[in-house]
Write a protein that binds this ligand. Structure first.
Ligand SMILES: [Zn+2]
Length: 378
């Protein structure tokens, strides 16, 4: 996640805080200091409430971190690499290098977080009973409650929440079909997302405006994440077993860097209606030139300027011919590019475009071809 502050490293896992967490820090400190603690322990001064609010927020921060760390350490134990843990506005994310390979790994990794939160809730509860004064008891009691709420919320059965991951793992175990399990679990995730948005709306109407907006945003975020997971699982399923070389244009219209811009426009862009051309020297890819590059150049310079002076130079986003088509589609979706040069050992061997992927999808959909290929990923 961009805009993150690195706090340190635990067992090779980078621990970082996204700047949006600072907003949460102040909001929670303020709501604890102004609302929660004055109600729990009346009669203290403002400084004491602020101190309690900050302490409660730090304990919450530590609790979320331990929750994510618990997921991460179990994942590491099962042989997955975990790159980082990021705390951001809606909680924490542990970034694993790859998706889980087995259904029972999914269940174990997903359950580890809520188990940690439940354990922390019990610990804070017991410590609260033994607290020396009412302020400490309130702080520990609040932390117990916060961890309990964290576990309960995360156990909702909608993907990508922990409960939804456990749910997906169980469906995956039962059906031996990763994609169908993801489809169903993320649909439930979208449903829960919408319910939270509706709940937030009613909460706001009933007077708790900040809490309502907060809940609605969490619901919206969950709905988006679930939808993205479903789209990706479907794309992976549709493109399963298809390589970039199967769909690429193997004879792309490439141009040399020495060609003038006028010649490019007259003989290629206007004639062939193509918006982007790989630029090659011999058969080596050296850049890409697009309609936008040409438009940025005043027309009276088209005659004397060569393509090589206006193109976007290497390094470009490229794919290999043996790469999975799903990976190429992901890159195009993430970058907004309409085509990717296909390169093997620095040589241009083709171009894969959104148009060719779309054609493939259309034909396969018409034939209902991919339905027969649902497979067991476990
Ligand atoms: Zn979790």
């Amino acid at each position: 996640m961009g805009g993150s502050l690195v706090l340190g490293e635990i067992r090779g896992i980078r621990i970082q805080v996204h700047y949006t967490w600072l907003i949460v820090f102040f909001l929670i400190t303020w709501s604890l200091a102004a609302g929660v603690f004055p109600r729990l322990v009346p009669g203290l001064n403002t400084g004491a409430y602020l101190g309690l609010g900050a302490a409660g927020t730090v304990l919450l921060f530590g609790s979320v971190l331990l929750h994510e760390l618990s997921h991460s350490l179990v994942a590491q134990r099962l042989g997955y690499r975990v790159r980082s843990i990021t705390l951001f506005i809606f909680g924490g994310i542990a970034a694993m290098e790859a998706e889980v390979r087995r259904a029972r790994d999914e269940v174990a990794v997903a359950a580890a977080g809520p188990v940690m939160s439940l354990g922390l809730a019990a610990l804070f509860f017991v410590l609260g009973l033994a607290a020396p004064d009412p302020a400490a008891a309130a702080l520990l009691g609040y932390s117990a409650y916060a961890n309990l709420a964290l576990a309960a919320f995360n156990l909702l059965p909608g993907f990508p929440l922990d409960g939804g991951r456990i749910f997906r793992g169980i469906l995956w175990l039962a059906w031996h079909d990763f994609y169908r399990a993801t489809d169903v679990a993320s649909l439930v995730g979208q449903g829960i997302g919408w319910l939270l948005v509706a709940g937030g709306f009613f909460l706001a109407l009933s007077g708790d405006i900040l809490g309502g907006i907060w809940l609605a945003f969490i619901g919206w975020f969950l709905n988006n994440a679930a939808e993205a997971a479903r789209t990706q699982a479907n794309a992976t399923r549709v493109f399963k077993g298809i390589r970039v070389r199967d769909v690429m244009d193997a004879y792309p219209r490439a141009v040399p860097p020495s060609m003038t811009v006028r010649q490019l426009v007259r003989d290629h862009i206007l004639r062939e209606g193509i918006r982007a051309f790989p630029v090659v020297e011999g058969d080596r890819l050296v850049g890409i030139v697009t309609v936008t590059d040409v438009r940025n150049l005043p027309e009276d310079e088209w005659e004397e300027r060569a393509v090589g002076t206006v193109m976007t130079r290497m390094p470009l986003r490229t794919v290999g011919p043996e790469a999975d088509l799903a990976a190429a589609v992901e890159v195009m979706a993430a970058t907004g590019l309409n085509q990717l040069p296909v390169v093997a050992d620095g040589r241009l061997v083709g171009v894969v475009s959104r148009a060719s992927v779309f054609r493939l999808l259309q034909v396969r959909r018409e034939l209902g071809a991919y339905r027969d290929e649902e497979a067991d990923r476990g």
